[in-house]
Design a protein. Structure first.
Lengths: 267, 225
């Protein structure tokens, strides 16, 4: 399995919102279920949390023809190829795995929270009690054993599938073609067109802007790029230039020594 | 202490200077250890990056206090440019870079030192504000926090580079300067070279503190330390 990039395909049009994936994720990763409130929605908890790495979002949507739709979208880490979180992580706790996914080694996490602000999908969540950040690692421990991610394994409808990136892209685009001919003219593939391509792909039945909490043009923030790709190397270049310049000054112009006689000499 | 040495700084100035210097160096080293994965090993002596982060954060508080006193103490003398003499000095780069027959006489601080002070004051304050927000990012808006990371990195670029300029000119680049920040006593020859205007004015006012017997006061009243 090693050496190939793998992708989890989420076909939202096949999802029945059974939330089996949410439960399987908690079981495999041994995350507790914390008490929540009934807010009048099956979406529970309301957002991703440190102990909830994947979440089915329930959304009532009325389309142009006055038809009410119930949209389900399984949310979670998108496993970007160009991941903002990996870019900013000072300790290497967030890293690219051999599967192209983004793993997290919590023993290395120092709780700096920089990844929370670098992720275009607002996925990493911070837990105050442990001073650590949590997020989906696409079941890195299972992938290494040749097993499917727990969420994919649990999915009864085929909404979640997993495989090599080329295969999954073909599957996704073929599915979108089928949907278009089957009364979903806005069906599209979401994930392959930004941040270097994500390792979680969506087949969406509607346009991306219809869905709650789904950025249309996710990107690593410009401030992060300026910070990591520009200022970081510049800091070494500038300081190195000063050290070199000082050395050259010393051997060419010479230090500015006082005249021990005390006479004025302007240079 | 040799007779004839002149007191350039008082103890409080030196304490503030070294508080700022030491905290700044600790912050730079611990910051570098977190900024570059290849420098993560700098955290080994303190038992890991998390401890390095804590050291960085709390040293930051010490830095902020030092910076407060530094600005309070120095902004009048080092934070304000005097025209036209400072402009003249800048035109010839103080005689540091090429041969200049006559450099405008410098008072307590030359414009280069003033620029250094302003860089430390302005970017030091930027580091303090951005650092505090980075410490508690969940209490602020995402856009602001993202900009603070950028600002913190920008401040580091400036301060890190200026640090080496200061290190060079405070030691081998300008011999005789270092004692101003160690014992506080400097030679008359060094003052004539670096700060002739301050020397003359202070002497004229009779406020020059000279160690032991005063050698040859040219004008004004002699002052006995």
């Amino acid at each position: 399995m090693k050496g190939t990039d793998f992708v989890k395909l989420i076909d939202t049009t096949r999802c029945t919102a059974c939330r089996g994936c949410q439960v399987a994720c908690k079981q495999w990763n041994e995350m507790p279920g914390l008490r929540t409130r009934n807010r009048g929605s099956y979406q529970n908890p309301p957002d991703l949390e440190w102990n909830t790495w994947t979440l089915v979002r329930f959304q009532e949507h009325e389309n142009g023809d006055g038809v009410l739709q119930w949209l389900f979208r399984k949310d979670g880490c998108m496993h970007c190829t160009d991941a903002g979180c990996v870019k900013v992580c000072p300790s290497g706790a967030l890293f690219y795995t051999e599967f192209g996914t983004v793993g997290i080694d919590r023993t290395k996490c120092i709780g700096c929270k920089e990844c929370l602000f670098a992720c275009p999908f607002e996925v990493p969540k911070y837990d105050r009690a442990t001073d650590k950040v949590f997020k989906c690692d696409l079941c890195y421990t299972r992938l290494r054993e040749g097993l499917l991610p727990a969420c994919v394994k649990s999915c009864p409808t085929g909404a979640l599938t997993f495989g090599a990136v080329d295969t999954m892209l073909k599957t996704a685009y073929a599915r979108v073609e089928d949907l278009k001919q089957d009364g979903h003219p806005d069906a599209n593939v979401y994930g392959d067109k930004f941040v270097g391509g994500t390792h979680v792909l969506y087949v969406l039945g509607e346009k991306p802007e219809i869905y709650d909490s789904l950025p249309q043009k996710p990107a690593v923030p410009l401030t992060v790029i300026a910070w990591k790709d520009f200022l970081k190397p510049l800091s070494l270049l500038a300081a190195g230039g000063v050290v070199l310049g000082s050395f050259l000054h010393y051997i060419i112009h010479g230090p500015k020594s006082p005249d021990e006689n005390g006479d004025r000499d302007a240079t | 202490m040799k007779k004839g040495m002149i007191k350039a700084t008082d103890a409080f100035e030196r304490i503030v200077h070294w508080s700022l210097a030491i905290s700044c160096i600790v912050l730079m080293i611990s910051g570098l250890g977190m900024m570059f994965h290849s420098l993560n090993f700098l955290a080994v002596p303190v038992g890991g990056l998390k401890n390095l982060k804590l050291i960085h954060n709390f040293t930051g508080l010490f830095f902020i206090a030092s910076l407060f006193f530094a600005v309070l103490m120095w902004w009048r003398e080092a934070g304000v440019f005097e025209f036209p003499e400072d402009a003249e000095w800048i035109k010839v780069a103080g005689g540091y870079l090429w041969h200049v027959d006559s450099v405008p006489e410098v008072g307590k601080y030359n414009p280069g030192q003033k620029m250094f002070f302003l860089a430390v004051a302005i970017f030091g304050a930027a580091m303090a504000v951005s650092g505090l927000i980075m410490w508690f990012p969940l209490s602020f808006g995402a856009g602001l926090v993202r900009f603070m990371y950028f600002l913190h990195a920008l401040g580091f670029v400036v301060i890190f580079a200026f640090f080496f300029v200061h290190l060079y000119l405070g030691t081998i680049g300008s011999p005789g300067s270092l004692p101003a920040m160690t014992s506080g006593w400097v030679t008359r020859a060094w003052l004539m070279k670096q700060h002739p205007k301050w020397l003359k004015e202070t002497e004229h006012k009779g406020r020059l503190v000279v160690y032991g017997k005063e050698p040859a006061p040219k004008e004004g009243q002699g002052h006995h330390a």
